[in-house]
Design a protein around this ligand. Structure first.
Ligand code: 6PG
Length: 238
C-alpha cells in the first residue's frame, strides 16, 4: 500500500509523523526501526522527545540507522550524534537497544559488520533482515539513505549494506541496500521543503527522469510505503 500524506508545514509533518511512529511502535512487542539522517529528522526527534517521552515505552524500541557517514560518532556530520542530541539523550532508550553504525571503522569492514548485525538481530524474511519501520529522507538529487544517482546500482547489491560515496564531498558512507529497505513492513519518507518539489513530482507522477533517482526504487515488496510531505515539497504534484 502506498499513501501520500501532505501537511501544511514541516512542524505539522513532525507532529503527525510522531503520532504515526508512536502508534506503530505500540503495536509491536519489540520495534525495530532504521532511522534516517540529515536535517529533516531533527524536528521530528525534538518533537518526539518533548511530547512522547512518557507515553512511548522506549525500552521496546531497537534503533538502527539506514545510513551513516564514515566519521567519528562525535563528529558534527554523524547521524548518530544528531540522533543522540535530538532524541536519545532525552528519552530512556537502553544502551543495548542502540545499534549504531561504527563510522570510525574502515568502511568496507563496517559495511560487512553492520550487515551481519542486521542479520543476527532482526527477523529474517526470505533471508533478508526485516525492519518494522525504515524512515527515509530524500536529497534534492533524489538520493535516499546514502544511495546516490551516480551509483544507483548499489540499490541492487546482494549485501545488506554497502559503502557509498557522496558525489560532491567524496565522503564515504555506509548505507542499507534496496533489498533491506524494500523488505521492511513499513517505509516512511519524511520529505519537506521546496527544494524537493521537483523530484517529488517526478517520482510520484513517474515522469521525466524519475528512473534516475534511487528514491524511485523504494517499493516495499509486501510492506507499506507512506510519504509524509509538507506543502512546499508537494507543491508540484498534480
Ligand atoms: C543523510 C541521509 C540522507 C538524507 C537526505 C535528506 O545521511 O544525509 O540519510 O539520505 O535523508 O539527504 O536530507 P535532509 O533531510 O537534510 O534534506
Amino acid at each position: 500500500m502506498k499513501e501520500i500524506k501532505i501537511y501544511d508545514s514541516k512542524q505539522t509533518v513532525a507532529e503527525e509523523f510522531s503520532v504515526f511512529f508512536k502508534e506503530l511502535a505500540a503495536s509491536h512487542k519489540t520495534f525495530n526501526v532504521a532511522l534516517s539522517g540529515g536535517s529533516t529528522p531533527k524536528i521530528v526527534f525534538d518533537y518526539l522527545a518533548e511530547n512522547f517521552e512518557e507515553t512511548i515505552d522506549w525500552s521496546r524500541i531497537n534503533f538502527y540507522w539506514g545510513d551513516e557517514r564514515c566519521v567519528l560518532p562525535t563528529d558534527e556530520e554523524s547521524n548518530y550524534k544528531m540522533t543522540v542530541t535530538h532524541l536519545l539523550s532525552k528519552v530512556a532508550v537502553p544502551e543495548a537497544n542502540i545499534f549504531r553504525v561504527q563510522g570510525e571503522n574502515d568502511p568496507i569492514s563496517e559495511a560487512v559488520r553492520y550487515g551481519a548485525v542486521l542479520a543476527k538481530n532482526l527477523p529474517n524474511v526470505d533471508g533478508v533482515p526485516k525492519f518494522d519501520l525504515v524512515i527515509l529522507g530524500m536529497g534534492d538529487d533524489g538520493h535516499t539513505a546514502s544511495i546516490f544517482p551516480h551509483e544507483i546500482e548499489l540499490w541492487d547489491a546482494t549485501e545488506n549494506c554497502e559503502v557509498a560515496i557522496h558525489p560532491d564531498s567524496g565522503q564515504k558512507r555506509i548505507t542499507l541496500t534496496g533489498k533491506v529497505i524494500n523488505n521492511a513492513a513499513v517505509v516512511a519518507f519524511l520529505v519537506t521543503g521546496g527544494s524537493k518539489a521537483e523530484k517529488v513530482k517526478e517520482i510520484l507522477n513517474e515522469v521525466e527522469n524519475y528512473r534516475d533517482y534511487p528514491a524511485t526504487l523504494v517499493k516495499p515488496t509486501t510492506g507499506d510505503l507512506v510519504w509524509f510531505l509538507d506543502a512546499d515539497a508537494a507543491k508540484e504534484i498534480n
